[in-house]
Ligand binder design. Sequence first.
Ligand code: KG4
Ligand code: ZN
Length: 340
Amino acid sequence: MKVLGIETSCDETAVAVLEITKTEVLVLSHVVSSQVDLHKKYGGVVPEVAAREHTKQFMPIFEHALEQASCGLDDVVLIAATQGPGLASSLMVGFEAGKAFSFGRDIPFVAVNHLAGHIFSWALGKSGEKKDHSISFPFLSLIISGGHTELIFVEGFEKYTLLGRTVDDAVGEAFDKTAKMMGLSYPGGPQISNYALKGNREEFALPRPMLQSGDYQFSFAGLKTAVLYELQKHTLDDKIIADMAASFEQAVADVLVTKAARAIDDYGVESIAVVGGVSANSFLREQLGSRLQNCNVLFPEMTYTGDNAAMIAYAGYLKSAQNNTDDFKSLSVNPNLRIA
Ligand code: KG4
Ligand code: ZN
């Protein structure tokens, strides 16, 4: 069956078409238009600007995705669109378009939680590559992105237990704010990652927030403030930036590894999926992959780490496989939609 996915929760306009059978999933097309350059000059995402851009980009991206998948809307048997969480005005663009297509062509519709999209994003193969998508439950999911840091015990689709989340900044937000303090442009994550390759990871003694808290909560605001105080003692140059980037990444890695290791022990799972925009970070991949013992550490393909519609189509399929389609006429976006 062909499933159309739509994602406009933040600053990416994305549409994808997947061909899914009971055993295999094939991404036929996966088109993402990022607004990063547009928001760069503001140092972060401006909701009004994002929504306007989605309305401009949506139809061309939609047509491109169908064309790339060599199909028409009439070949699609399920439409999945992100309902939340995210920016209300951005969410509305994709969600309402999905509802309209569904109404106009009488195609079943599913409302998808954006975080459910990330949770299963590791199951997708690259565009054009068929992948066996049998999923073994239970597993842990560590979502690390610009807006989220959540550790979730996943016993099945929509059977989630939220073990912990950030009490302040998300990991990606901490990357972006740390980068900004060092004069690096938005989004700072990839730049920190590049600078860190040349830096000394032990140069700055940064805190590991909530490491000993005995629970699964995270906090990154204090780490960001510690970076600020350290930076004030130095004149910024390439070496300081590289050492700070490297020390910052090490602190984040230590926190994520410790919390994840505790959850793996406590819940006895065989796999942990680390997903979301920050899961593109090569140092974090290496640290989580090598330090989390007795557990498969799963990562999405790079192309599905950031926000995309292929993961929304897939989560929509999983929802519909449980005979869950939505009566879209009564549905609207929910910017604060929770996963559990
Ligand atoms: O998942 P995503 O595209 O959007 C949200 O749902 O938030 O994540 C974006 C975040 C940004 O904070 C960005 O700086 C971060 O992911 N990011 C990275 C890397 N690539 C993107 N952080 C660290 N290292 C990277 N290589
Ligand atoms: Zn996301």
